[in-house]
Design a protein around this ligand. Sequence first.
Ligand code: PLP
Length: 259
Amino acid sequence: MDRLPTVLCIGGHDPTGGAGLQADIETLAAHRVRAFTLVTCLTAQDTRNVQAIWSTPIDAFRHQARALLGDVRPDAIKIGLLGSREIAVAAAEIAAGLDAPMVLDPVLAAGGGAQLSDTPLIDALRAGLLPQARLVLPNRAELFRLAAADEETAAAREVLARGAAAVLVTGADAAAGSGDDQVSNTLYTANMPPREWNWPRLPGVYHGSGCTLASACAAALACGTPLEQAVDAAQRFTLRALEQAEAVGAAQRLPTRLK
Ligand code: PLP
């Protein structure tokens, strides 16, 4: 390729820069991948929690997309916080119009506890986005909101049955309350046995680890890296960003992706 690979990031703005589009841009820059961005929502938040969320008016969101995609073609797509059912539906239409692998981070709640989704949004995500995803990265709590099954393997199989090509179930949320000293992430695909990774659980609480991991996967896919290798490299990148995290505010530490 005679230019940088590109990823279209569809997500929200987090003023702390720990999560959301800033996390995506930093992660992609660290991989020498260019970010295109469509803003789904603004948020008011600090390192403790999300306080408020304002969806981009749907006409403005569609106008952003029309202008951008009338001109450029991304090599991969990364979808994060959507903010409303209408935006989820529009994001599904955008993905369907592009011939590029899509990484879906189904952001349903903030690490600080705030709800970032409702039933209509989750239904739209299930119907329109899961079937198109090359990779979905739910944590365990998100997995059990996306699927009816209440056991991990069955729930992951349900997501695959909806058409997603692969599911990486991340375990940081489960490890946090359990006293485990390991975080276990498992990749499920239709044809291969599940593959599990175990990582040391770092002390402290982090904001934006999921955005970092999903964007790092999208960066690798945009570069043409095969899926399992992309997922492996993205986890290593995320661990390094968390090891270097800084306590910028009062609560959750922010990953350092550009160091
Ligand atoms: N705000 C935005 C814009 C996000 O995209 C996300 C997660 O993707 C969050 C907040 C919550 O991040 P975390 O769960 O890491 O606290």
